[in-house]
Design a protein around this ligand. Structure first.
Ligand code: SAM
Length: 222
């Protein structure tokens, strides 16, 4: 995502009721349902960008609690503006690097994780920064409840192939894999397009998607 410094974004985010403020984050693990004021499932999107996907999902699924995570204030501000225009009680935001995700959610607290059009980090030496890397899968495996799943979409075939290769070493298993999501009516059911998905699919790029879960050994060793 092209990053422009958006003047005042840090200040707006620091004041926003839709953002769980950084100083509160260490108190969050195990308390997300309490923070939403209900016992509903928790679904999170990591690297949500401007928030179209998660805002639409929260609107369509009012019985699920959503948390959108984004590293940069200059991007998160766009999602905050969407909430200012149309506030949803079942959506909250966190501005943070996903590296620290297991410090913010408790073990098994999250029911589903979405990764959409994650940054590819094409250089080999940056592989650990890719959100579907084995290092990140290990963190997701801690916070995901048994029976939970992770869904990943991308137009980037090299990143998708890398992500598939990471599953075995990370101890995760694939439930669904497609190299052409938009050509698969079954997997397209209920699909909500992200900003990047709209851009790339309108140019004719095929969209890859997998749905995965940790292997049973991971829970036994937890
Ligand atoms: N998910 C959106 C979509 O599909 O339109 C945005 C995709 S954009 C290519 C990737 C986003 O992930 C960027 O907004 C970036 O700042 C964010 N991101 C990348 N690495 C991150 C990390 N470690 N923690 C949190 N957000 C991250």
């Amino acid at each position: 995502m092209r990053l422009r410094n958006v003047t005042g974004s840090r200040e707006v985010i620091a004041e926003s009721p839709y953002v769980v403020q950084e100083e509160l984050a260490p108190r969050c693990p195990g308390r997300w349902r309490e923070m939403f004021g209900n016992g509903n499932s928790i679904h999170i999107e990591i690297g949500m960008g401007k928030g179209k996907f998660i805002h639409t999902m929260a609107k369509e699924h009012t019985d699920i609690n959503y948390v959108g995570i984004e590293k940069y204030s200059s991007v998160l501000i766009r999602a905050v503006r969407k909430m200012e225009a149309e506030a949803l009680p079942n959506l909250k935001f966190l501005r943070m690097d996903a590296e620290d995700i297991a410090k913010v959610f408790g073990a098994g607290e999250v029911d589903r994780i979405y990764l959409n059009f994650s940054d590819p980090w094409p250089k080999d030496r940056h592989a650990r920064r890719r959100l579907p890397s084995r290092e990140f899968l290990a963190r997701y495996g801690v916070i995901l409840k048994q029976g939970g799943r992770l869904e990943f979409k991308t137009d980037n075939r090299a990143l998708f192939d890398f992500a598939l290769d990471e599953l075995g070493p990370a101890g995760w298993e694939a439930e669904e894999v497609t190299y052409d999501l938009h050509g698969d009516p079954r997997l397209m059911e209920g699909n909500v397009m992200t900003e990047y998905e709209e851009k790339f699919s309108s140019r004719g790029a095929p969209i890859c998607k997998y749905i995965i879960h940790p292997g049973s050994e991971m829970y036994e060793n937890r």
